[in-house]
Design a protein around this ligand. Structure first.
Ligand code: PLP
Length: 375
């Protein structure tokens, strides 16, 4: 465990993560559908290893990451569960993936042609084939492409097709038209396999939104990302979700200085903020190098101090920023930037709205400089 000296930290509740996995799994009591816990990008900033271990214990059976690097880190930390890399990995590293028993996402015949020479004898790599049913990101789209791909794959002893999957673009929207179109396309694409005498492997389509909203449309697995962390895929469907999610991430620091200033004093770079009367100003040891972006003060962001709201004032610096306190507060008092304090809560959704983005982005950009404390 590395040492931390700073007065800024993120708290990650592993109990909340376990609760979320179990609550979502309960939607599948009547149907055998396994959970792939998505821990890419360091577990959406929560800590990939800790989240992976917790999710597996809570009943997830598979892990997914974006990069081969992320998969190898989990293997090196002793994770034995199956791991799928969701992004494209060069065929050059097929041997490495095979050795580490890491499944890769593949959607190009050229990949199949190149990979075997890197895998070596007596080894197989397991792959999940990606269909692009309308996300427009990665995957095969046409029957011709898929025919050539599966014909070639059949001949390859070193390659095992373990799964086929797709990804939805709008499963978190109220209008379900496009989601249904993608689902239909996937079913149609899977039906081609019969013609080619390819036995259907594991099939998966859903992300958090689809997995929670449409359990009846799930296949063998679904990929649980954002909601494992207790966050709603989009504010639009919040009221519809059949699961009570518990947010796992909070962000805190301690006031390093508190001072009383007279009217007309400037705060921070550019002296853009001036006190309008006598004001109590507190300094927080967090800034944009921690991922606490300068936007937070431009968009009237607030924090919680002793259960009360306090706004950022002046520009956010690289390592520090200032808030206007409701009154005198002791130095060392804990300030909540994300999370609950007393009866109030600053949700990830509030912070995301402030930055005109989605909740997914917020914990991801809180930099590694901010220690994650597991509770
Ligand atoms: C990130 C990702 C997921 C998880 O999506 P959530 O909305 O976070 O549940 C699932 N599938 C793929 C392919 C992804 O890239």
């Amino acid at each position: 465990m590395e040492q931390h000296f700073r007065d800024t930290w993120a708290e990650v509740s592993l109990a909340a993560i376990a609760h979320n996995v179990q609550a979502v799994k309960r939607l599948y009591d009547k149907k055998k559908v396994e959970v792939i816990a998505v821990v890419k990008a360091n577990g959406y900033g929560h800590g990939a290893l800790q989240v992976a271990e917790t999710a597996l214990q809570a009943g997830a059976s598979y892990l997914a990451v974006a990069l081969l690097e992320e998969a190898i880190q989990l293997r090196e930390a002793g994770i034995k569960a199956p791991i799928l890399v969701l992004g494209r990995v060069s065929p050059k590293y097929a041997g490495l993936a095979a050795e580490q028993k890491i499944s890769l996402t593949v959607f190009q015949k050229e990949w199949l042609e190149e990979a075997p020479s890197y895998i070596g004898p007596n080894r197989t790599i397991s792959i999940h084939v990606k269909f692009d049913t309308g996300m427009g990101r990665i995957g095969m789209r046409t029957k011709e492409e898929a025919a050539a791909f599966f014909e070639y794959a059949k001949e390859q002893k070193a390659i095992t097709i373990e799964g086929i999957y797709t990804h939805f673009a709008t499963a978190d929207e109220l209008d379900l038209g496009y989601y249904e179109q993608q689902h239909k396309r996937f079913c149609e694409m899977v039906s081609w396999l019969e013609e080619w005498n390819v036995p259907p492997p594991l099939l998966h389509t859903g992300n958090s939104a689809a997995g929670m909203r449409f359990p009846e449309k799930a296949f063998d697995l679904f990929r649980l990302g954002i909601s494992m962390y207790g966050l709603t895929p989009s504010p639009a469907i919040k009221a519809q979700l059949p699961v009570e999610l518990k947010p796992a991430f909070s962000l805190k620091c301690r006031l390093v200085q508190v001072k009383k200033l007279p009217a007309g004093e400037a705060i921070s770079y550019g002296a853009t903020y001036r006190t309008t009367g006598e004001e109590w100003i507190g300094t927080l040891p967090i800034g944009y190098a921690d991922g606490w972006l300068r936007y937070h003060s431009q968009r009237v962001g607030e924090v919680l101090v002793n259960g009360k709201r306090a706004p950022f004032v002046g520009r956010i610096c690289m390592d520090q920023c200032m808030i206007r306190l409701p009154g005198p507060v002791e130095e060392g008092t804990v300030v909540t930037l994300i999370g609950k304090d007393g009866d109030d809560e600053i949700t990830m959704d509030e912070v995301a709205a402030r930055l005109e983005t989605i909740n997914y982005e917020i914990p991801c950009v809180i930099s590694e400089r901010v220690p994650r404390i597991y509770i």
